[in-house]
Design a protein around this ligand. Sequence first.
Ligand code: PLP
Length: 430
Amino acid sequence: METLSASQIAQIDQKHIWHPYSSLTDPIPAYQVDRAEGVRLYLNDGRSLIDGMSSWWCAIHGYNHPQLNEAARTQLGKMAHVMFGGITHEPAARLASQLVELTPAGLDKVFLSDSGSVSVEVAMKMAVQFWQSQGRGEKHRFLALRNGYHGDTFGTMSVCDPVTGMHHLFSDVLSRQLFAPAPACPFDAPCREEDIAEFRHLIETHHNELAAVILEPVTQGAGGMRFYSPEYLKRVRELCDRHDVLLITDEIATGFGRTGKLFACEWAEVTPDILCLGKALTGGYLTLAATLCTEKVSNGICLGEAGVFMHGPTFMGNPLACAVANASIRLLLDSDWHRQVCRIEKGLAEHLAPARKLAGTRDVRVLGAIGVVELHEPVDLGTIQRHFVDAGIWVRPFGKLVYLMPPYVISDAELEQLCSAMLGVLARNT
Ligand SMILES: *Cc1c(COP(=O)(O)O)cnc(C)c1O
């Protein structure tokens, strides 16, 4: 096959290709990446960038990792894919048992799917089918948090923040869910009665129609990059129990160590009824997600009228993705990931602190390997993206949020360089 020149690629891209949340009539140029290795992305023009995004929370071990490559190659020599209906295989079995072992006790049943959004759809469907099986079909709504993000498909959109999720564009199509205010209690503060009051009121008033509460534990990601008190999560669990409402925790962004615990639920020692995983599950290699639930939920569904859980994606349990996920988890557990994440937390706190002095800065916050600079005004994405690239870093802000979540393997020197380059750009552009 003839290779495409850089300008051919750029032309095709601008003419034909959608990018995430993009316009085709007023496109922002996309940078051409030829290869990636460790914490660096290599552009086609010879420049290399330090990656501050882990490709949206995924690439925790960095890019082009020899052990992950090897796992993919070995599995490829056996089979890339085989249907999951009526068939099982070692990569899926190994992954399921590993996930059951690592996640909070009681989450024993694993549904594998192909993306985070689908895993949330699956979780929501599980909750609805569960209550149907209990003869409580009227319990089919969801209580979510403002500033939450759970995906881009219709079901998940309905539980995303109504404003940042642009519900007005789809108001006739989306199911109407209930929203509690985003938790106001900071990560290291207690949860006061007033912090949970509105949530309590909503669940007390609506529990008869609620299938589940859905939230991102302790860290709200794409809907606002906010951290909140684990005590809030504890209170949510208690209220769910008291009012017979299931709890779905979406750990697609927080799972696999990002917040400083393997799973963010652990900060509150809370076990959800249903848990969603994705993103870093394969170390950023392939698209794969998992929805775990308790036996109470699975028994309810399977002993009910339908007798089966009504979902089954074509690429369910994809062996290639499962094999890489197994290698990624092994790599994580064999590494000193906790020390790495604490080291990054310290580095981010130290090197992002000077951003507090910038006129454009509203807040600076850090938890685990996540560092956030919140500005007063939204950035001009096209412009600031170019400045970041010129400064040798890959950072992709949204709105007023400029944030970092680097691969855990980033060195202290690279982290310092990443932060200081980012602050330099912000100082000149906000
Ligand atoms: C990214 C994300 C999703 C959606 O996952 P996709 O793989 O993009 O469909 C859902 N929930 C959270 C918390 C996420 O960060």
